[in-house]
Design a protein around this ligand. Structure first.
Ligand SMILES: *[C@@H]1O[C@H](CO)[C@@H](O)[C@H](O)[C@H]1NC(C)=O
Ligand SMILES: *[C@@H]1O[C@H](CO)[C@@H](O)[C@H](O)[C@H]1NC(C)=O
Ligand SMILES: [Ca+2]
Ligand SMILES: [Ca+2]
Length: 211
């Protein structure tokens, strides 16, 4: 169930109202450090490992630091699926491992009118973020290719079921055909947007919305 939720439930939580949108405010991106060698650049669907510090723009208060708070470790998240604030999804694309950026993020791309925790309502935030590592995410092109057994650039029910079985086994659960069948139904209900019976790479990688 864990894998199932990571892969398929997250995106379905983010349903965007179509049309009639005001232009969105932008994230201001400043590159503080760029490594000489750039082996790979971050893209939507990648998992990123970052160290970061977040400040309130209003008075410079540090509200969170991955260096100082919690377990003092950098954190992993998946880029482009709204796992993090919109400002991060927008501001951390095309970034090299080892690169450091300063992001200035308006409230509408952060915690909005409500605020959250130590972030007061309607706060513009400043982040100092260092990208430590990039891995293929569950929504990556590479994962898609791995699931697409017959290389036709779309996932059939059988391919998805096959993948679920393998993942269950990998994580020490015994496969259960009835259960997988139910999961596949659910997955296709959410992911197969055009209802053609296949999950296309576009449907899978999930780049619709404002990006
Ligand atoms: C900065 O602003 C926050 C939120 O308004 C407030 O809680 C905090 O006390 C302020 N810090 C300083 C040093 O003024
Ligand atoms: C298989 O899954 C179905 C549906 O989720 C469940 O009712 C059944 O008990 C499971 N069987 C086994 C052997 O775990
Ligand atoms: Ca296929
Ligand atoms: Ca489809």
């Amino acid at each position: 169930m864990i894998l199932y939720s990571i892969l398929f439930i997250l995106p379905s939580l983010f349903v965007f109202a179509a049309g009639g949108k005001l232009p969105e405010p932008e994230v201001k991106i400043e590159v503080l450090h760029k490594p000489l060698m750039c082996y790979r650049k971050s893209k939507y669907g990648d998992m990123l490992l970052v160290h970061y510090e977040g400040f309130l723009e209003s008075n410079g208060t540090l509200f969170h630091s991955s260096h100082k708070h919690g377990d003092k470790k950098p954190v992993w998240f998946t880029l482009g699926i709204r796992e993090v604030i919109k400002g991060w999804d927008k501001g951390l694309q095309n970034m090299c491992t080892g690169e450091r950026r300063k992001l200035t993020i308006p409230p509408s791309l952060a915690y909005g009118k409500e605020g959250k925790g130590q972030v007061p309502p309607s706060s513009t935030l400043i982040f100092d973020i260092e990208l430590m590592d990039i891995q293929n995410g569950p929504r990556s092109h590479e994962s898609f290719r791995e699931m697409d057994l017959n290389d036709d650039w779309k996932l059939s029910r059988e391919e998805v079921k096959d993948y679920l079985k393998k993942e269950f086994e990998k994580h020490g659960y015994s496969p259960n055909d009835t259960h997988h069948e139910v999961m596949v139904d659910d997955i296709f209900k959410n992911e197969d947007e055009d209802k053609d019976g296949f999950i296309s790479s576009r449907e899978f990688i999930y780049q619709h919305d404002e990006l």
